[in-house]
Write a protein that binds this ligand. Structure first.
Ligand code: APR
Length: 257
């Protein structure tokens, strides 16, 4: 469902009022917040998992049995990924933190764009894809160096031990999430006075448990997504639209509220 449907002003105003009243708000984001930066989502329109088998590409078992599958897909996507920059949606969240409405962002994204946009408190539940680590000897490398080798080396070899299980520092299916990040995310959800969910289908657990903690506490829940999510029923307000358009407008109205 593309977001050519105009976002209702009443929803934007209601969301802005809730954001303006927040002093310990938390944003929880997914791939949809980076879609307007040119990074493909996973399940939405044109999502990666509509083209590729997530088990083969992004499960730890699949990766261990054939790392070339992952790196083949990464080679295709690199041209867009490497030139991706924060969009107005990322910047609006950083501005809401600066303005004292949000205490931070909890993200499922591994693209690092929230940090680039100026978010100070950032919890990366699924890791960060800018670094790559050898599963055999632990050596790390910047992702850009590995991507540059993919034309002549697929899968890429570890530059230290020569091993072929060089993996981005992200959480694959079948792997545990970083425990410190999870604990901090749940603490933030238990203490927040607003939960702002942006650009996630909320289908992947345990990450999707985080906004549910806030929903169960009946704190105001604002959802910005261009298609329905399972948590819409619990939302105080749902803004059906693009994050890069809706968030700056919400921030603008919150500043005036
Ligand atoms: N603005 C708002 N919402 C958008 C936009 C946009 N510009 N573009 C897409 N969306 C919505 C999609 O319609 C979809 O509902 O964002 C959601 C993205 O959902 P997913 O693709 O499932 O991404 P996410 O929820 O982040 O996935 C969770 O799954 O594959 C794993 O580890 C991966 O972190 C990822 C996790």
């Amino acid at each position: 469902m593309s977001a050519d449907i105009p976002v209702s002003s009443a929803e934007l105003t209601r969301a802005a009022e809730l954001v303006a009243a927040a002093r310990r708000g938390v944003a929880f984001t997914g791939a949809g917040v980076s879609a307007e930066s040119g990074i493909r989502t996973f399940r939405g329109e044109g999502g990666l998992w509509r083209q590729y088998d997530p088990y083969k590409v992004a499960s730890i078992e699949g990766f261990r049995s054939d790392p070339a599958v992952y790196w083949g897909v990464a080679r295709e996507g690199w041209r867009m990924y490497r030139k991706a920059e924060p969009n107005p949606g990322h910047r609006a969240l950083a501005a809401l933190e600066e303005a004292g409405h949000l205490v931070g962002v909890i993200t499922q994204n591994t693209d690092g764009l929230h940090r680039d946009a100026g978010t100070r408190k950032l919890i990366e539940l699924h890791g960060n894809g800018r670094t790559v680590r050898c599963l055999d000897c632990g050596a790390t490398e910047p992702r850009a160096d590995i991507q540059a080798r993919l034309e002549r080396e697929l899968p890429p070899r570890c530059r230290v031990c020569g091993g072929m299980h060089v993996k981005p520092d992200v959480v694959f299916f079948g792997e545990a999430l970083p425990s410190a990040a999870m604990m901090e995310a749940f603490r933030m959800a238990r203490e927040c006075d607003l939960m702002l969910v942006v650009g996630s289908s909320l289908q992947v657990y345990p990450a999707a448990d985080v906004p549910e903690v806030a929903a169960d506490r009946n704190v105001p829940l604002v959802i910005v997504n261009d298609e329905p999510t399972p948590l819409d029923v619990a939302a105080t307000v749902v803004v059906r639209g693009r994050a890069g358009e809706a968030l700056p407008e919400i921030a603008r109205r919150a500043a005036g509220a």
